[in-house]
Design a protein around this ligand. Structure first.
Ligand SMILES: CC(C)(COP(=O)(O)OP(=O)(O)OC[C@H]1O[C@@H](n2cnc3c(N)ncnc32)[C@H](O)[C@@H]1OP(=O)(O)O)[C@@H](O)C(=O)NCCC(=O)NCCS
Length: 151
């Protein structure tokens, strides 16, 4: 499978909101994506296969820390390396910007995402009780220390 990863901007908000519906029980809306794209601290990457956007990853950079806000791949194309390609792009982007660490939150029951994050060296640093709604669930807080390319 040929996977192309590229930078996305606000013009993709509607497409990403559609993709979210097939991936999350609490999908982001078009307005939430537009707000995120308007934030200069946000970076968003899409992954395409055969010219169609089939996944995306969104992160935020605040001071020296990065936060992964979202990552999703169309259900029928999972386990094909698209999530890995998006994660690699975000980790590389964070290191190129000189960020020193990345954090994220993940539902405690979300094994695929947790395994993906572990494969990139993220480690659990805390549990946030009942953090998520629809359904109510704990969040794992995970962190990865980075060696920036500029060092
Ligand atoms: C998490 C998600 C993005 C992974 O995308 P993907 O394209 O299937 O991931 P990849 O094929 O690149 O897998 C990379 C690694 O992640 C781990 N992984 C992915 N899916 C897994 C699963 N179902 N079970 C166990 N490990 C899994 C494995 O380590 C895998 O490496 P391997 O294939 O060599 O074993 C995808 O499952 C998804 O969109 N889930 C719904 C949205 C979501 O929960 N997002 C995260 C919360 S913000």
């Amino acid at each position: 499978m040929d996977i192309l990863v590229f930078r996305l901007n606000h013009t993709s908000s509607a497409e990403l909101a559609e993709l979210e519906k097939s991936c999350f029980s609490d999908p982001w809306t078009v307005g939430m994506f537009r707000d995120s794209f308007n934030d200069p601290l946000t970076r968003c990457f899409g992954a395409s296969v055969g010219g169609k956007t089939v996944g995306f990853g969104m992160m935020m950079a605040v001071a020296e820390e990065g936060e992964i806000l979202r990552i999703a791949v169309r259900p029928e194309l999972r386990r094909g390396g698209i999530g890995r390609a998006l994660m690699q792009t975000m980790v590389d982007a964070a290191a190129e910007e000189g960020l020193t660490s990345m954090t994220l939150e993940v539902r405690a029951s979300n094994i695929p995402a947790t395994e993906l994050y572990k494969a990139f060296g993220f480690e659990e640093i805390a549990i946030r009780k009942n953090y998520y709604e629809h359904p109510t669930e704990d969040a794992r807080i995970m962190e990865k220390k980075l060696c920036s390319y500029s060092q």
